[in-house]
Design a protein around this ligand. Structure first.
Ligand SMILES: [Fe+2]
Length: 440
């Protein structure tokens, strides 16, 4: 049986690829009545330099199997699980850093190969390989904006290495069927099979309630709660850290009432206690914090008037400043806003003063910032127009912002090459409307 499957598999790899619909038999024969149908996936979770998880969902309980190939011909590894499940999770360990692997997936008797089923492991932690991150916020609504923002990224000559979601991933209540329609259907053929991602929850993923954690978001995605991908183990799916190359990411939950007692901005809570430990232990030269709720915005949300945003600015921002974070990326407001590198701006937006700008850049240069000698403010970006778009609160554009835009949809492409980080806001029409670099 094995020989039969492998010969078919190799033939498929060398010839035409199977169609998107995988409800037919994976061995190319007419589907048997008991053959499970793949409802969504495969999708790639928790990528590290030496491991990854491949997930997919079937309509009926089935066994799981992933075959791994290093060069499309030589089977390198087969991992299988006899458990009958509909939510399949297969972890592959012992991989080489920064290496491309092809894979097939299915049940124990047959697997689906395809040319676009591949992944690249993360670079060795601390390595200075050039990496590209695609950062997308407030996207899952099946709008034309969502499709256009996605397509603009696909037209780039260099594909991203890692995808990061900024929350409000599936509108409007984060229901399972909304993830299906607005997320898996939209990126299933273009990105899920070959681009690993990390994510954070937004208020819509919680369905607007803050204390029930049995929500589809947590069931669908696999977070590195035990420090599997770097950083201090969080012990929580809500917040965690990971390393990718020489960049340290911290992913926060800015909506849930964790342990039933603490919001993110309650700085005595478990999340902030962990955050401080993680940032203190971080040795990576670059640090990016992602949280859905922005401390500074005047778009479809107003950081002067909304309690979460005010409290995050007052209570959390001083902690981020203490540990020399480079970038803070948020969504929630369905606009784009990019601040100067700032420190000490905890009041209402119109209390911003030029002295809050902390940078060794040539004065007035908003395209290139040089970090050194303790001269580092944090650049805050709201990139909440990956599908949703528009909104303007009184006071727009805020004085701390270098650039603001509430008419275009877009997403961020972040290129890190050794000591330079370049950030570009790529709009749905393919134009880059904001870009800057940080050097250190
Ligand atoms: Fe939101």
């Amino acid at each position: 049986m094995k020989l039969f499957c492998y010969s078919l598999l190799l033939a498929s790899l060398l010839t035409a690829q199977p169609s998107a619909a995988q409800s037919v038999s994976r061995t190319g024969t007419p589907a048997a009545a008991v053959q499970p149908t793949v409802l969504h996936g495969p999708y790639l979770q928790q990528v590290t330099p030496t491991s990854i998880q491949i997930r997919w969902r079937t309509d009926i309980p089935a066994t799981s199997r992933v075959d791994l190939f290093s060069d499309r011909k030589k089977t390198q590894k087969i991992v299988s699980d006899d458990k009958l499940v509909t939510e399949h999770e297969v972890r592959l360990d012992g991989l080489k850093p920064a290496t491309k692997y092809f894979y097939s997936f299915g049940d124990k008797t047959s697997v689906t190969p395809a040319d676009d089923q591949f992944f690249v492991t993360a670079p060795k932690t601390g390595a200075t390989d050039e990496v590209r991150f695609w950062v997308l916020g407030d996207f899952g609504n099946s709008s034309q904006t969502q499709a256009d923002v996605r397509d603009a990224v696909m037209k780039e000559s260099r594909r991203p290495d890692l995808w990061v979601w900024l929350g409000d991933n599936a509108y409007s209540k984060g229901k399972d069927e909304e993830f299906e329609k607005h997320v898996f259907d939209v990126y299933g053929q273009t990105h899920f099979k070959n681009l690993p991602f990390y994510c954070i929850p937004g208020n819509h993923d919680y369905g607007g309630q803050r204390t029930d954690f049995n929500i589809p978001y947590f069931n669908l995605f696999t977070m590195p709660t035990a420090g599997e991908a770097g950083g201090v183990p969080s012990g929580s799916e809500s917040y965690y850290a990971f390393d990718y190359g020489n960049v340290h990411f911290v992913a926060l939950d800015s909506y849930g009432k964790l342990d039933g007692t603490h919001f993110l901005w309650d700085t005595t809570g478990r999340q902030v206690e962990w955050l401080k430990k993680d940032l203190a232990a971080n040795k990576q030269p670059w640090t990016i914090v992602v949280l859905h709720h922005p401390p500074y915005t005047k778009g479809s949300h107003d950081s002067d008037r909304e309690k979460d945003l005010v409290a995050i600015r007052q209570n959390l921002v001083p902690i981020l400043e203490r540990y020399q974070v480079d970038l803070v990326l948020s969504g929630h407001s369905h606009v784009y806003e990019r601040t100067h590198p700032i420190r000490g701006h905890y009041g209402l937006v119109d209390t911003f003063e030029p002295k809050n700008i902390v940078s060794a850049a040539v004065e007035g240069d908003t395209k290139e910032y040089r970090v050194g000698n303790g001269k580092q403010g944090i650049i805050y970006i709201v990139a909440g127009s990956g599908g949703q778009r528009g909104g303007q609160a009184a006071g727009w554009p805020m004085p701390a912002a270098v650039y603001s835009n509430n008419t275009e949809g877009g997403s961020l492409l972040i290129d890190v090459k050794k000591t330079r980080m370049q950030v570009r806001w790529l709009c749905q029409d393919g134009k880059v409307r904001d870009d800057f670099s940080i050097l250190k």
